[in-house]
Design a protein around this ligand. Structure first.
Ligand SMILES: [Zn+2]
Length: 130
């Protein structure tokens, strides 16, 4: 899922960070809600987001901008994008739609992982070496 050498070649893209009253250059999640977004696709995207690797921990949980619940205190990444862990909640529970380019990225990554060539020889040679 994460290739550090690949990630070092370019900056990771930030995703799902929201504007504040002091900084309105980032979007408001309320403007991205799509009540018609297919639930199966929202589940698929939220599941992907929930399984990123931890890229940072923050003091204290952020609050959901739409329902005020505590919504995570970590940043997660797949080595290409980096998002706050609460982004899965916005997608799943509020229908906050993410850019099509990101959905295409998930599709490509998932397909590539399913199609990985598998080699069991390393495990056979090393399983008993502790
Ligand atoms: Zn919420």
């Amino acid at each position: 899922m994460f290739e550090p050498t690949e990630a070092a070649d370019r900056p990771v893209r930030l995703l799902g960070f929201w504007g504040t009253p002091e900084n309105r250059t980032l979007p408001d999640p309320a403007g991205l809600v799509d009540p018609d977004w297919d639930e199966a696709q929202r589940l698929w995207v939220a599941d992907y987001l929930a399984h990123g690797l931890v890229a940072g921990n923050w003091m204290g949980a952020s609050r959901c901008r739409l329902c005020s619940r505590a919504n995570g205190s970590r940043d997660l990444t797949d080595g290409h994008y980096l998002w706050p862990e609460g982004l899965a909640h916005y997608v799943l529970d509020h229908g906050v739609r993410l850019p099509a380019e990101f959905l295409d990225h998930i599709e490509r990554r998932s397909r590539a992982l399913e199609e990985l060539e598998r080699d069991g020889s390393w495990w056979q040679r090393n399983a008993a070496r502790t």
